[in-house]
Design a protein around this ligand. Structure first.
Ligand SMILES: [Fe+2]
Length: 170
């Protein structure tokens, strides 16, 4: 019997691609709910903006699959399911709380950090594998995720956290 080939870096890359494809699709479902829940208009707008970006990110991933000659396919990612579930818990438990928006930002940033970690790895592996076009697409998404994370931090420290505190004091 022929010996089974050991898995390679390109297999890891494909697995991670499926993982983030699954994650982006889950995020696409979660973001409108977070936008709807957000009290602050700027936060609502930030979630809506990122929802539109996420749709493009899904499209970019599909392009990367195509570049590899593969069908776009997700692979169950318990990590993102858990992160999104924690966000749902916040939406539920803080529904009537002035701290809801602060909680929503924290949940969204957990998602962003997961994505930044994944896309960072994928970019490095695409680079190593000489997949220049794929790397460019992934790097574009990585910078969108970083910008979103930054925008959320700014919104939290400039507005959302104070609003939560102010309303709590009233
Ligand atoms: Fe994303």
């Amino acid at each position: 019997m022929a010996k089974k080939e050991p898995k390679q870096l390109k297999d890891l890359f494909e697995d991670a691609l499926k993982d983030i494809y699954f994650a982006e699709k889950k995020i696409l479902v979660a973001l409108p709910k977070m936008a709807k829940a957000a009290q602050n208009e700027q936060l609502k707008a930030a979630f809506e903006k990122h929802e539109a970006e996420t749709e493009e990110q899904v499209g970019r991933l599909e392009k990367v699959f195509k570049l590899m000659g593969k069908d776009a396919k997700g692979k169950n990612c318990p990590a993102i399911v858990g992160i999104i579930d924690e966000g749902k818990e916040i939406m539920d438990e803080y529904k009537d709380s002035p701290a809801l928006d602060a909680g929503l930002v924290s949940a969204a940033q957990s998602v962003e950090h997961y994505e930044i970690c994944r896309y960072g790895t994928l970019c490095a592996w695409a680079d190593e594998l000489g997949m220049d076009e794929a790397k460019e697409l992934l790097a574009q998404t990585l910078s969108e995720e970083e910008n979103t994370d930054q925008a959320l931090s700014e919104l939290a420290t400039a507005v959302v956290n104070q609003e939560a505190q102010r309303q709590a004091a009233e």
